[in-house]
Design a protein around this ligand. Structure first.
Ligand code: SAH
Length: 344
């Protein structure tokens, strides 16, 4: 049995086999076609869309890789008001979005009460929509309150599952232990949880990536977001080179085969390092895209990494452009909440 057949049949490999797969390009074609077959078995040609609302770029944290880190004095900060957030949803709903993702830096000026109110108002206005939060590490009680207010999903990438590597990417005020605690709390509360990591972040080794896969196997998230690390000029990692495009695609395919029913986005970062990055991501097993619904006036300011794409277009233009891109590789966007198939 070939290594790929084993991965398809068992949804797992030994560490040595994963290493072989991750470090060689000879399996890439077979990986891609197998991942696409599995994806089509569960999801057909469907691609789910999520409207991303980047509502604040204030952040109390100082992740070494991130352009909106607190110590970046060149970052022009903004916050959307509640009304501005609702306007984004309104526009998004008309464009066919049935999931809104509220993402931001860790900005404590939005209290738990504020977040709950925003979630409740969106869910009341659009009962057929899912609300996803992506606002970082909070207490279990806060997560419970957001969930009770109606939040359906939560995105929190673990970033790296290796303790030493985590310390190389984050200041000592942050810990992998707390990140994992958050993820397990979110699962226990009942959220559909998304996690993930950057590919090619500084100091990452194949062994780190295998630990990432192992961690995801134990967490069993509904969504897995990965994208290449891309350096940002005003961060401590400004001189590191970006993650590999090929390795990111390879990992998308591997993830599809380990987690056949998972929701895997073709991320903006993937589209940033290659002009057809998102299309190729879809062909390699991804089944979600997350176009930007933020107001054009703030888009450029949510600069996690240099040269981020889609910062100039209006939401409607982004939606149209993406539709064409998705169609160009033979898939179709569906207007649907797009829950994972594992959930009924
Ligand atoms: N504050 C939220 C949202 C973070 S931004 C949270 O903590 O979850 C969303 C994701 O962007 C991060 O999880 C990280 O994986 C990714 N990201 C940040 N900086 C990046 C960079 N320089 N290159 C690629 N991805 C980056």
């Amino acid at each position: 049995m070939t290594i790929i057949n084993k991965l398809i049949n068992e949804c797992d490999l030994s560490d040595i086999e994963f290493k072989e797969l991750l470090e060689s390009d000879i399996y890439d074609d077979e990986l891609k076609s197998s991942a696409d077959r599995v994806r089509q078995h569960y999801y057909g040609k469907d691609v789910y869309i999520r409207g991303l609302i980047e509502f604040s770029n204030y952040c109390k944290n100082n992740c070494f890789y991130c352009g909106i880190r607190a110590e970046n004095k060149s970052c022009e900060r903004y916050r959307l008001s509640k009304q501005e957030i609702y306007n984004c949803c309104d526009e998004g709903y008309k464009l066919g979005f049935r999931t809104f993702v509220l993402q931001g830096g860790e900005d404590l000026s939005y209290t738990d009460k504020d977040i709950c109110k925003i979630v409740l108002n969106i869910k009341t206005a659009y009962p057929d929509c899912a609300v996803t939060l992506s606002i970082g590490e909070r207490s279990k009680q806060s997560y419970i309150d957001y969930f009770n207010a109606g939040a359906d999903r939560y995105l929190l990438r673990h970033e790296t599952a290796n303790e030493d590597h985590y310390k190389q990417l984050h200041p000592s005020s942050m810990s992998l232990k707390n990140r994992k605690r958050c993820l397990y709390d979110l699962k226990e509360i009942g959220y559909q949880v998304g996690s993930g990591f950057m590919v090619g972040s500084p100091f990452q080794t194949t062994e780190c990536l295998i630990e990432d896969l192992r961690f995801l196997q134990s967490l069993k998230p509904d969504m897995i977001g990965i994208g290449p690390f891309i350096s940002h000029k005003d961060t401590p990692f400004k001189d590191f080179k970006s993650g590999s495009f090929k390795l990111t695609l390879r990992l998308i395919s591997i993830l599809r085969l380990i987690f056949p029913k998972s929701l895997i986005p073709a991320t903006t970062a993937l589209g940033t390092i290659h002009p057809n990055g998102r299309e190729l991501g879809l062909s390699c097993g991804a089944n979600v895209v997350m176009p930007n619904l933020s107001p054009v006036s703030t888009r450029k300011k949510y600069e996690l990494y240099d040269n981020k794409i889609c910062t100039g277009e209006e939401s409607a233009q982004c939606r149209g452009c993406l539709e064409r891109r998705v169609n160009s590789v033979g898939y179709r966007i569906v207007t649907d909440r797009g829950d994972a198939k594992t959930l009924s």
